[in-house]
Ligand binder design. Sequence first.
Ligand code: F0G
Length: 461
Amino acid sequence: MQLPYIEPYKIKMVESIKKSTVEERKQWIKEAKYNLFKLSSDKVIIDLLTDSGTGAMSDMQWAEMMQGDESYAGSRSFEKLQSIVKELTGFPYFIPTHQGRAAENVLFSSLVKEGDLVPGNSHFDTTKGHIEFRKATAVDCTIDEAFDTSSLHPFKGNVDIQKLQEVIASNPLEKIPFVILTLTCNTAGGQPVSMQNIREVSALCKQYNIPLYFDSARFAENAYFIKVREEEFADKSIKEIVKEMFSYGDGMTMSAKKDGIVNMGGFISLRDAQVYQQCTTFNIMYEGFITYGGMSGRDMGALARGLDEATEFDYLESRIQQVHYLGNRLVEFGVPVQQPFGGHAIYVDADRFVPNIAKAEYRAQALAIELYITAGIRGVEIGTIMADRDPVTRDNRYPKLELVRLAIPRRTYTLSHMEYVAVALKNIYDTRHEAKFGYEIKWEAPIMRHFTVELEKIGIN
Ligand code: F0G
């Protein structure tokens, strides 16, 4: 019999989880205006709101914390981080930022202007937010298979080359400052982009002289999928695959809170000296001096080590196997989920789970709330609320998918936690026809409303 995979680490420190009752949670979520972001964490039993900044650092990362050099300029910790980023990505220029959206802010301040178009594969909401804030448009060119949660396409994060070609051919080139590829594609379900697709996108961009940037938050998980799903890469190391992925582009933004396995941090990495020069000015204005960019020295040291650990196959395999364990259990129970499973999360398909709640009554949010009330599990709606309103018409922008994302923090929970989540969802699924409530919005912010939206419960027919 084949031995099962095991986590390539053991646990040295633990944090207790506070349990609660259904009645308590009903009250708490009402007080939180039915917005899971408004709950304090001690009211949550298993927190799958995000895998961003919620992972556990290794002993070696904690050791780096003690060695942090907190000099304002030119710290050793900066040098250490810069050196691994250059080695991993091959890009010669590096700028630290405090997190991913800060990297977007700095880079887009240099490159995006009013009226521009930025094509890509289902841009993440902060990416889209930073584009739209500059009165430019994010154009989604993801392949159609990405929007069919039962299609088993191995690289659902891929760009449809035809769609991209059409956007480029039908617009003045000066209106397209760059193309952005998100690795893995979070909005499409943590789905990877194949090396072949990266090559094709890169070739098309080169043909038209358009730069290609990567939103790299989960670049290591993307490299894992390339290794196990694209035959050509079966014998390559993750670090070799990562280097090749980035070789096809001009730069990257990074939220280090994901595949950097740190609690806070980000960076930009670039090929072009001129873009680097422009970014340094914005970095100094928004983030801090160019050798710390909003991060303390100790955090840069921990990130340097985290990037090295996150690009090791054994770590990635156990990480992704854990996510897939949850996905497989849900499939066994008949719960509709996005397939194939992505790298960092399982996405429950609310359209198939609770079609009896109207889209206009935010069915994915209703399901996320029910999961919290039933078992104290906090997921997040990736559906109509997160999609925001159309910036021109102000109508709800109904996305192609209504999902509840269960994002798994790195190295934080065990298989029995995954089992708890699977059984909680099964129980809700078995009684789904009894769903009684949808929701209406009582207050919302003009952009990125999901973080602070306030909702009220309404009965459904
Ligand atoms: N790009 C992607 C693909 C992301 O998933 C995120 C964050 C960002 C950029 C922005 O990075 O949070 O460091 O500013 N995603 C988190 C999530 C928030 O829950 O998926 P950040």
